[in-house]
Design a protein around this ligand. Structure first.
Ligand code: MTE
Ligand code: MO
Length: 424
């Protein structure tokens, strides 16, 4: 039988095998760290470790450049070897597109401050999409192509040219069919491959479909309003500027972020307080709070992890108005913001808190803010990354000392200005 690898310098095949192995280990590390980074559950568990994990993910991603570039140097040779093997060629192209796409979008996400929110947003979408498509294929490949499943003569890269006739473990005593013979339809391998493929489709399919639906904003997906678990009555009546929203309707999708279980509120367990270094401590229940005079603004919303939602029409009370109502004492320096989740806090300097677009928001695009997105009341900080925009905001305290917020304690910049912000 013809040995496809006859005549190849031994070292070349070895190089390919070791590139493949390095690549596999790095992709495994990146997959695990990447999944931990996006998983909502792990945001809570990891805390500060998440910031370190993110840097590790970036570092391993950069190391991945080495085997990819090394392979590209050998690619022309390998390509010739694959003549007449279209499916293996397609496989190589697929993997290269995947790796290069991951690396390029990852570089943009790493340098998101330089890249700006539009590019970071696109990069995040590409990074996610490649993960959704690539990871199942790689898992399938890893399971079905391990030594004991893969016919040796079908391997595209092998170190030794003369092992084509070796018996795969588990086939001891049977002679291996020549690769030119038709494969039996009901082989054990075929069965396992179908089973693995079906298993992946069943476990990952629904999540994938949901993700695609959200990303493309298909109707019927991410309907947070329909699932809103808050029960606060009366509903706030939107101003004329909110219906239809003057901004024309938000573009993009919020990713629901929380470091606790998502809380829900009703008239019995919701109140809003301003206290600390103020002339008069103020407290409202919901019926009173919805009576406060609201204003409308259109602004973009940027998360520091790369996604944005543009042209949001927010209706609420400018924070400066609330501060004036309570009367800020001269001793006060910082504004501490508390979430009704009992855990999340953040802070602004008094100057920042008085910026005209810092808003205690009650409505988004003419509708109450659903509980998943921080309703009934959340902070909006358009000039700053959204980790400053405390969800389920229910208390504002004026203090004289510094307060380091939840994510700032875990490594985020206290300076959360987005590029181009009017800083104060
Ligand atoms: N209480 C609370 N507020 C929060 C957060 C949180 O985890 N808990 N995450 C912040 C971050 S990092 C972002 S990007 C936005 C996300 O808002 P969303 O969940 O409505 O999309 O909320 C901010 N406010
Ligand atoms: Mo964020």
């Amino acid at each position: 039988m013809k040995k496809p690898w006859a005549g190849i310098r031994k070292g070349y095949g070895k190089k390919l095998v070791s590139i493949h192995a390095w690549n596999a280990w790095l992709v495994l590390l990146l997959s695990i760290s990447g999944l931990l980074l996006v998983g909502g559950f792990w945001r809570e568990v990891l805390g500060e470790g998440r910031v370190w994990l993110k840097w590790a993910h970036i570092a391993v991603g950069l190391v991945l450049l080495i085997p990819v570039v090394y392979y590209l140097l050998l690619a022309a040779k390998h390509w010739k070897r694959l003549a007449g093997k279209p499916s293996q060629k397609a496989n190589v192209v697929f993997v290269l597109v995947l790796l290069v796409g991951w690396i390029l979008s990852g570089l943009v996400l790493w340098q998101f401050r330089l890249a700006g929110p539009k590019a970071a947003n696109a990069a995040l979408l590409i990074h996610d999409l490649l993960t959704w498509v690539g990871l199942p294929v790689i898992i399938y490949h890893s399971i079905t192509r391990t030594k004991w499943l893969k016919e040796p003569q079908k391997r595209s890269i092998r170190p030794e040219p003369n092992t084509a006739g070796e018996k795969a473990p588990g086939e001891v005593g049977r002679s291996h069919p020549d690769s030119s013979e038709p494969q039996p339809v009901y082989s054990r391998r075929g069965f396992i491959k179908i089973a693995v493929g079906a298993g992946l489709a069943v476990t990952l399919g629904p999540t994938f479909v949901r993700w695609i639906g959200k990303s493309l904003q298909l109707p019927g997906t991410a309907d947070y309003l329909a699932d809103n678990a808050n029960r606060l009555l009366p509903e706030p009546v939107p101003s004329a500027k909110s219906v239809p929203p003057v901004g024309g309707g938000a573009e993009g999708n919020f990713r629901v972020y929380t470091v606790t279980d998502i809380p829900a509120f009703d008239n019995t367990n919701w109140s809003f307080t301003i206290d600390g270094l103020v002339d008069k401590k103020l407290s409202w229940n919901w019926e009173q709070f919805v009576q406060l005079q609201r204003e409308v603004q259109v602004s973009d919303f940027h998360c520091v992890t790369g996604w944005s939602v543009y042209k949001n029409t927010w209706e609420g009370i400018p924070l400066s108005k609330l501060l004036d109502m309570a009367g800020v004492q001269t001793k006060a320096v910082m504004v501490k913001l508390y979430s009704g989740d009992g855990v999340y806090t953040d802070s602004l300097t008094l100057e920042q808190a008085r910026m005209e677009d810092i808003m205690v928001a009650v409505m988004h695009d003419g509708k109450p803010i659903p509980n998943q997105l921080g309703g009934p009341v959340r902070l909006i900080t358009p000039q700053m990354y959204a980790y400053k925009s405390v969800k389920w905001l229910n208390r504002i305290e004026l203090i004289e000392e510094e307060h380091i917020g939840y994510w700032e304690q875990r490594g985020y910049d206290i300076d959360a200005w987005i590029p181009g912000a009017k800083r104060v």
